[in-house]
Design a protein around this ligand. Structure first.
Ligand SMILES: Cc1cc2nc3c(=O)[nH]c(=O)nc-3n(C[C@H](O)[C@H](O)[C@H](O)COP(=O)(O)OP(=O)(O)OC[C@H]3O[C@@H](n4cnc5c(N)ncnc54)[C@H](O)[C@@H]3O)c2cc1C
Length: 591
């Protein structure tokens, strides 16, 4: 059975040493002193470790079931859900007006990592609800907010997002679900949605579906799409639950992972729906939810890698196989532990340096969201918009790779379900697909975000890297960070230039290199946060009270990332610059 220990110390390092939140000018951050954030993280750790993680493997084995139209979650899930609910965890970063605690999004993200590592399938019921709340907050009327938000913040009711249909996933313009206007201002929603996460379950009184559908007069393609609130049980004016709406679960999908999250086929049969936001502007409203959700999915990618690494590390310290080639480390035992072997070290260092870098990158991104929302900072908004596909695509691709590495540390035992490593890989795999498959994230980055606002945000990113290097170039301790960061950043600039010059003339060149660009960008982001973390660690080491082992390990781990991962940028650049010629050479018939 795998175990889980929440990385509270590292989260604390990112919040306080790296991001220095208590002295930040973002409204609300000044209240986040070290004692306060530690108390929150420790409480979240208790819930994650003692309540959620113990249900991860059993939930995976049991899965959800559909009986007589009702969806049942695995044994123990309702009890755990009730504890998350009672702790008010869903409302941590939501407005007080609707029952939340109004803490920064950053804190919600730090807690989110703990819950996702502990039990991703269970956490998704809350995650989807959080996303639906964000869309209602941003686009709902005052009456809709008053009706739905208090119950959703408290998790008496949960939420879903319904985009996908059998014939349309990426290309939502093909959508067929219809919305017919009614005399009372509501709509009748008819159609089928598939793959709907947390589509139904037995843990909440009501499920509030946010559904994309086509209302008359909107025209073809995505332009004609509107967003609707479709409750499972209709809600009376006084907030009481009324009749069952015309929405039902057709089936639960059999799938590779996240078995304990009910992925449902949802049938809408003239279900009553209420328009949210402007008619025919549903994509805009849904994107509010999807941008937040994409960062949440990037977090899922590294959070699965984090728990997988935690177990691989423990296994490598415990399992005895072979001898250290430089001399026995466990001479009285039959063999040395796996961790003595350089190739096992390589796998562990790959995971550790990725996970800690990804954590810092994601939480930096979360702090940009706070800056954008709490200070109406347009530059922060533009920067996080640029970085969102990188957080989603790069961290989930790499997160899955790192789960596989963790599985590899276990040898054959990694392939055996009992050890739990297979579940981390299976659960992590979906993060590369949903919320827009990673190939589509790369297209978004290259096709939209790079040139957004005339390239202002990518230029701002380059400026951040350049300024950091310049400000620290006289600090010899950071040389091993700044030199590779500079080289990697140059590769990124060369790639961006290649797309800008070729993008219009030869769009396939940009599209064929888009995934390489997303990965190149991801490495530079992790290189930047590692350089910043090294600086923060050196600063902490100057204090006599610091935990030297922790900070020394932090610097050594960063040096590994810079030496062993960052050179990948040159490979990505070479691939990008080779253009589309070899990618497109074959006639479709020759595949
Ligand atoms: C377990 C699970 C849970 C899910 N939860 C939800 C949910 O809660 N709500 C919801 O609405 N949906 C959900 N989905 C659906 C998910 O978001 C889609 O599967 C995903 O967006 C991809 O759509 P698709 O499966 O139709 O693939 P397609 O759109 O057919 O794409 C197939 C492949 O082609 C690539 N591709 C497609 N178009 C292009 C292009 N123009 N250029 C380059 N490459 C392209 C994609 O990257 C992908 O690799 C879920 C799916 C699963 C499996």
């Amino acid at each position: 059975m795998p175990s889980y220990t929440a990385p509270t110390k590292d989260l604390h390092f990112v919040l306080h040493d790296l991001l220095q939140i208590s002295t930040s000018d973002v409204p609300g951050y000044a209240d986040l002193d070290a004692d306060f954030t530690s108390a929150i993280l420790e409480e979240a750790a208790k819930l994650g470790q003692n309540v959620m993680a113990p249900l991860n493997a059993s939930g995976d084995a049991e899965g959800c079931r559909l009986e007589n139209g009702m969806v049942y979650t695995p044994k123990g899930f309702k009890h755990a859900f009730d504890q998350i609910k009672a702790g008010g965890w869903n409302g941590l970063d939501l407005p007080e007006d609707f029952g939340g605690q109004n803490l920064p999004y950053l804190i919600g993200s730090a807690v989110g990592e703990i819950f996702v590592s502990a039990n991703m399938a269970l956490n998704m019921y809350q995650g989807l609800t959080h996303g639906a709340i964000s869309a209602i907050l941003a686009h709902g009327s005052d009456a809709q907010k008053a009706t739905y938000l208090p119950k959703m913040v408290s998790m008496d009711w949960t939420g879903t997002m319904n985009l996908t249909e059998p014939h349309c996933g990426t290309d939502l313009g093909l959508m067929r679900t219809k919305a017919e206007p009614q005399a009372d201002g509501s709509y009748k929603i008819t159609g089928q949605k598939i793959f709907i996460s947390a589509g139904d379950h037995d843990m909440a009184e009501n499920v509030i579906h946010l559904v994309l559908a086509k209302a008359p007069g909107g025209g073809a393609g995505t332009k004609g799409i509107s967003l609707f609130i479709v409750p499972k049980f209709l809600v009376g004016e006084d907030g009481s639950l009324g009749a069952r709406n015309g929405v039902s679960v057709g089936s639960i999908e059999e799938k590779m992972g996240i078995h304990a999250n009910a992925t449902c086929v949802m049938n809408y049969d003239a279900a009553t729906g209420y328009l949210i936001g402007d008619l025919h502007k549903g994509m805009r409203a849904m994107f509010t939810m999807m941008n937040e959700a994409r960062i949440g999915v990037g977090l899922q990618g590294y959070a699965q890698a984090a728990v997988a690494y935690d177990n691989a590390r423990a296994y490598a310290l415990d399992r005895l196989q072979g001898r250290d080639v430089t001399g026995a480390k466990n001479p009285d035992g039959p063999a040395d532990p796996l961790i003595v072997h350089p190739d096992v070290r390589r796998m562990l260092m790959d995971q550790k340096s990725f996970v800690e870098g990804a954590r810092a990158f994601t939480l930096w991104g979360a702090s940009l969201i706070d800056r954008a929302h709490r200070m109406q900072d347009k530059d922060a908004d533009g920067l996080i918009s640029l970085l969102t596909p990188v957080i989603k695509g790069f961290l989930t691709d790499k997160g899955f790779d790192m789960c596989i590495q963790a599985q590899q540390v276990y040898g054959g035992h990694g392939y055996i379900e009992e050890w739990g490593m297979s579940q981390f890989a299976r659960d992590a795999r979906i993060a590369m697909i949903y919320e827009g498959a990673n190939g589509v994230q790369a297209l978004d980055l290259v096709g939209r975000k790079l040139a957004q606002d005339s390239g202002k945000h990518v230029m701002a990113f380059f400026e951040i890297v350049k300024t950091f290097i310049k400000e620290n170039e006289n600090d010899a301790r950071l040389e091993g960070f700044l030199v590779p960061l500079k080289a990697a950043s140059k590769d990124l600039q060369a790639a961006a230039m290649f797309f800008m010059q070729r993008g219009m003339k030869a769009p396939n060149d940009a599209l064929a290199g888009s995934t390489d660009f997303m990965h190149l960008f991801g490495h530079v982001c992790l290189g930047l946060v590692w350089a910043r973390m090294a600086k923060a660690a050196y600063a902490a080491l100057e204090s006599s009270t610091s935990d030297r082992d922790f900070y020394d390990a932090k610097i050594a781990t960063g040096r590994y990332y810079m030496a062993r991962h960052l050179p990948a940028t040159a490979l990505h650049l070479a691939r990008i610059q080779s253009g589309a010629e070899t990618v497109m050479a074959l006639d479709a018939a020759h595949f």
